[in-house]
Ligand binder design. Structure first.
Ligand code: URA
Length: 427
């Protein structure tokens, strides 16, 4: 039987771990035989030395096998899911899941809560009065097969890839999150265990993303697409820009409001563009080519699905959304063009206002966040409102303001227009 100190030393010294070693480490860590300290050392060795394709694939399979694997194939439905590597103002799942369901493909999505400057889909949906993230597999199946709904977004149960759950919590506090094999195996173990029939990845690139550089985002996307293919899961990826926030809001209830605007046929252009691009990709992955999702947004069927999807999970889609008790508006101090609106700065500001959490398990403020009154490239006049900060804790405003100011620049020259969708990656 392998022993953990030898495994750590071998990875530290740049050797390739065997399949037996990987299976044993993941199993022993899941059951507490390998300690958190030992797994942290191994994660750091992986951070420095990386893992080969074979190691990453075996690591992913071992994490899937540490728990339960859902299987919706008996429902007789086409299913497809989308996963984003995380960005600021990324509320795309909210309009996307009902939109794809309205096009005839079921969406079973297990999502997470936010940590740090990127928001979590469950936190956003939990801003809707009554909405419940915790469903059993039978409840998921019932919603997926309901012809009036067909989309479900809920929390992953504790027995889905439990090794990843434990390892991710450790990586978060040991500086070992930003490793391509560890991120890829973490995301793909959960998505494969979730039992979707096809998967589309939205891999973010830029200041507000894990991957700041195009080359590393491309490598992450390729690794995940290959891991999906290895497990027989049809997986494609879009590389999309995350230098500025998506849309005009970052924060839970604020983002729900914007998602509903998109479903009503309005909303910011970039949110609409990415929602439709990902919907097209998902439909293609599911083998559907006779419907254009843009039509389903226009004709209101996606909005009907949204209302049904929220109600199916106990939410009241027509209830007023929570509003923060305090606001502060930031005004431009000069005439010019908004030449920088940094996603990371806006994400940190929203987080400091109470939209995100510092530790797992903390509550978030549903009404907190940043509302933008201008977007990159807009012409601005001195004194014009640029952003409004929302919070229930006014003492948080100065720190949030300081973060926001770091990321906003008004100058004489307009920034070069960059495409939102940069590249498509397939197996
Ligand atoms: N999201 C995950 O689920 N895992 C990672 O490692 C990074 C982002």
């Amino acid at each position: 039987m392998p022993d953990i100190v030898t495994v750590i030393r071998r990875k530290r010294d740049g050797h390739e771990l065997s399949g037996t070693e990987i299976d044993w480490v993941i199993e022993a860590f899941t059951h507490g035989v390998v300690s958190d300290a030992q797994m942290s050392a191994l994660a750091m060795a992986v951070w420095f030395r990386g893992m080969s394709r074979a190691e990453t694939a075996r690591w992913t399979t071992a994490m899937i096998d540490s728990g339960r694997r859902l299987d919706f194939s008996a429902l007789g439905l086409r299913t497809v899911d989308k996963h984003s590597t995380g960005g600021v103002g990324d509320k795309i799942t909210l309009p996307l899941a009902p939109l794809v369901a309205a096009c005839g493909v079921a969406v079973p999505q297990l999502s997470g809560r936010g940590l740090g400057h990127t928001g979590g889909t469950l936190d956003k949906l939990e801003a809707i009065p009554g909405w419940n993230a915790d469903l059993s597999t039978a409840e998921m199946a019932e919603i997926l097969t309901d012809p009036a709904v067909g989309a479900v977004v809920c929390a992953a149960s504790a027995d889905l890839a439990p090794a990843d759950r434990k390892l991710y919590a450790l990586r978060d506090v040991t500086g070992t999150v930003e490793s391509i094999p560890l991120i890829a195996s973490s995301i793909m173990s959960k998505k494969i265990a979730e039992g979707t029939g096809a998967l589309v990845l939205d891999v973010k690139v830029g200041s507000g993303a894990f991957m700041k550089e195009l080359g590393e985002a491309r490598e992450l996307a390729r690794t995940m697409v290959e891991l999906g293919a290895d497990e027989g899961l049809h997986t494609t990826a879009l590389l999309t820009r995350m230098d500025s926030p998506l849309g005009r809001t970052a924060g839970n209830a604020l983002e729900v409001r914007e998602a509903v605007e998109v479903l009503a046929g309005g909303g910011p252009d970039d949110v609409v563009e990415l929602t439709v691009a990902l919907a097209r990709e998902m439909l293609e992955a599911a083998g559907v080519d006779d419907v254009d999702p843009a039509d389903r947004l226009r004709d209101g069927t996606a909005m009907d699905r949204w209302n049904a999807m929220i109600a199916a999970q106990g939410g009241d889609p027509s209830a007023p959304l929570p509003v923060a008790t305090h606001t502060e508006t930031v005004h431009a101090d000069a005439d010019g063009v908004l030449s920088e609106l940094d996603a990371y700065a806006v994400g940190i500001a929203a987080w400091r206002l109470g939209a995100g959490r510092e530790r797992q398990g903390q509550d978030v403020q549903p009404g907190a966040g940043v509302e933008l009154h201008a977007v990159l490239g807009d012409r601005i006049r001195a004194g014009q409102p640029v952003a409004t900060l929302h919070t229930d804790t006014p003492g948080r405003i100065p720190d949030a303001l300081a973060a926001l100011r770091e990321g906003v620049r008004i100058s004489d020259t307009a920034p070069a227009r960059q495409p939102l969708v940069i590249e498509r990656i397939r197996a």
